[in-house]
Design a protein around this ligand. Structure first.
Ligand code: ZN
Length: 172
């Protein structure tokens, strides 16, 4: 109950300040590694990331925590655009590969390009799973499962907090 209250408070605060995107944009000005064009692999220690990232992002991206199901900002979200790594700005997914799911987290059937994400065996919580990491900064993004739709049959089950979304700009 306490936790629910806290989440409610946090989202109310975010609403009062305009929107969450604007807030993360402010935060990112302090992140010297964030780039949507650089692709060179980053080697940054967790001690350094801890000084740069918002605590809720640090916990998931660098300590592999999982955000609570059905709470992420992109779970029920279907705008057209591109999803980037919230830690380093690496392009990860297109909205065209996002599909509706009841699992509680935003899910995609394929990454934007082959090397945008990397994979690692994860045997935590007594389960055999495959962890999905950012191909540029090695941050934890979520897990991949074999119950996704065609054409890949994969479900990239992601934490919203690890994603930044940029909508397609319409030129009229
Ligand atoms: Zn990254």
């Amino acid at each position: 109950m306490k936790k629910l209250k806290k989440i409610f408070l946090v989202s109310s605060v975010a609403l009062m300040h305009g929107n969450i995107t604007a807030q993360s944009a402010n935060f990112k000005t302090k992140n010297p590694y964030y780039s949507k064009t650089e692709t060179a692999k980053l080697k940054v220690s967790n001690a350094e990331w801890k000084k740069i990232l918002k605590p809720e992002l640090y916990q998931v991206a660098r300590e592999a925590a999982t955000e609570t199901a059905f709470t992420g900002k992109f779970y029920e979200f279907d705008e057209k655009g591109t999803y980037y790594c919230a830690v380093c700005g690496n392009a990860l997914f297109l909205s065209t590969s996002k599909f509706a799911t009841t699992c509680g987290w935003p899910s995609f059937y394929e990454p934007i390009r082959k090397n945008s994400v990397i994979y690692k065996k994860d045997n935590s919580l007594n389960m055999e799973r495959t962890e999905v990491l950012c191909g540029r900064c090695d941050s934890h993004l979520g897990h991949i499962f074999d119950d996704g739709p065609a054409p890949t049959g994969k479900r990239f089950c992601m934490n919203s907090v690890c994603l930044d979304f940029v909508p397609i700009v319409k030129n009229n």
